[in-house]
Write a protein that binds this ligand. Structure first.
Ligand SMILES: [Zn+2]
Length: 248
């Protein structure tokens, strides 16, 4: 079986959710992790996971949403995560975004709460699903300093050097449609161990203008099979192993 380890099913129109799940299952994509960004999306993803067993909820606050919240709201959010720790699959999408948050105050706020998310992950033993736009080396430094143990770095495929650092720490990375669309990403994957690789679509967010959905995981898997010259059956077996090791 294959898995989509990073999507946002809460953004899909309600009436299309079961169709999307069925299309994914037809392509052997049996579980879909839906990442949260805000209060509303946390609630929505929990509800979706109760309704559809294929949807696994990750709760968290997107770094760009987080900077808009005050301390009281942030405390409320963390209480909500604690209360729901038994119902969640992972913590995400959390991390740093320095592309759109350029002031020191905003970056400090993101950093402080990212550290709190790492503490939460360590205490409830759920993996972190991490966003790290324009802040990849900063994210790695904080993860190391805070002793994070279960880590999935979302779309962490731009730098061979940082990808190597990630696996040295035993972290996983996920690759999406960029493996199909960008030559540089394919080159970075050539020597990357499949034991540390997972697949994601970030759907329904468009990629390069192209509409994305979880069934596309199979196209990513085929591309990786081709890049690395590994039989698709073996890619699938390794996905099952990686998913199990990180999330169970
Ligand atoms: Zn995302």
């Amino acid at each position: 079986m294959f898995y989509d380890v990073h999507s946002h099913i809460d953004l899909v129109e309600e009436e299309n959710v079961s169709k999307i799940i069925n299309e994914a299952k037809e392509k052997n994509v049996g579980e879909i992790i839906s990442c949260s960004t805000s209060f509303i999306s946390n609630k929505k993803n929990l509800l979706l996971s109760k309704k559809y067993e294929e949807i696994k909820p990750a709760l968290g606050l997107y770094p760009l949403d987080l900077v808009e919240l005050n301390e009281e709201e942030l405390n409320k959010a963390f209480n909500y995560f604690e209360e729901n720790k038994k119902n969640i699959f992972a913590i995400g999408e959390v991390g740093l975004d320095y592309k759109y948050c350029k002031t020191t105050a905003e970056q400090e706020k993101q950093t402080n709460y990212f550290k709190k998310f790492i503490e939460l992950s360590n205490s409830i033993k759920k993996p972190l699903i991490i966003h790290s736009r324009y802040a990849q080396s900063q994210v790695l430094k904080i993860l190391e300093k805070k002793d994070a143990s279960k880590v999935l770095l979302h779309s962490f495929v731009d730098s061979k050097k940082l990808m190597k650092q990630a696996i040295d720490h035993n972290y996983y990375i996920s690759v999406g449609l960029s493996a199909i669309n960008f030559k540089e990403v394919r080159e970075n994957l050539v020597n990357f161990p499949i034991e540390k690789l997972l697949f994601e679509t970030d759907s329904p967010i468009r990629f390069n203008g192209e509409k994305s959905h979880p069934s596309k995981i199979i196209d990513i898997a085929k591309k990786v099979s081709e890049i690395k010259n590994i039989n698709i059956i073996d890619i699938e077996k390794q996905q099952e192993k990686n998913y199990d090791l990180l999330f169970h």
